[in-house]
Ligand binder design. Sequence first.
Ligand SMILES: NC(=O)c1ccc[n+]([C@@H]2O[C@H](COP(=O)([O-])OP(=O)(O)OC[C@H]3O[C@@H](n4cnc5c(N)ncnc54)[C@H](O)[C@@H]3O)[C@@H](O)[C@H]2O)c1
Length: 251
Amino acid sequence: MRLKDKTALITGAGAGIGYACAELFCEEGARVVIAELDIETGAAAAARLCERGFDCRFVQTDVSSPDSVKAAVDAIMQAHGRIDVLYNNAGGSSLQDGRVTETPFEEFWKKLQIDLHGVWAGCHYAIPHMIANGGGAVINATSVLAIMGTEGRDAYTAAKGGIISLTRSMAVEYARHGIRVNAVAPGVTTTERVRKRLEQANPGASKTAQRSLLGTVEPREIGYAVLFLASDEARKITGQTLIVDSGLTIS
Ligand SMILES: NC(=O)c1ccc[n+]([C@@H]2O[C@H](COP(=O)([O-])OP(=O)(O)OC[C@H]3O[C@@H](n4cnc5c(N)ncnc54)[C@H](O)[C@@H]3O)[C@@H](O)[C@H]2O)c1
């Protein structure tokens, strides 16, 4: 029960890594709010966890909209009166992304609006409540692709690189309020979305997956890292990016 009596807001938690984290957080005693864009996915995810007796609710949220993120933060405050953990998870690379010289500007802004803006908005609205409560833990989803130097994902890597820098600066700014800010950088993680890409033999995805020395990563295996950073065991860790990539970046 490493998150006993804690409340957690997880964006994009209807599926993939976010859902795996929501499940793990519930199992570890947290009350979880799933902030998810897709109504069906989000409602079904929360229902599955409620059926197991966990305290979990769904709030439809679009992390690219400040008002929507504010409403999600208001919802967790109304339900539980506090927010202890914020996992800014929503995002992901897209097949429309590519080289900076060829990728449309719309794709660039889209990536920034979901991945980077999502983190910014979550922190903008949640951190004041954490300050009022005397502390909290923020975890932001970045990617090994922002660290490695990667072909064909320039909008995504720009957004994810920004998340690493923002994580560090927020860690410095909010340490005095007892708030820790860290990032998790997954390698190739077999969510439904990534599994499909691998099945379709997407050359970029397959090439990267082959370099995962210990095999591709399961969503729950990212969850363990997020759980650690969210828990008091990581009480002296802030401003860091924890790579969970099955050895990809060293291969
Ligand atoms: N899966 C990987 O291999 C991998 C690798 C590196 C980093 N990541 C990062 O981990 C995070 C989760 O990735 P995933 O593979 O689990 O993704 P996923 O596509 O499996 O799940 C993402 C969830 O976010 C929701 N979502 C999408 N846009 C949203 C929005 N605007 N507002 C709220 N919710 C939204 C989707 O509906 C979906 O349920 C992302 O930030 C991604 O960039 C994933």
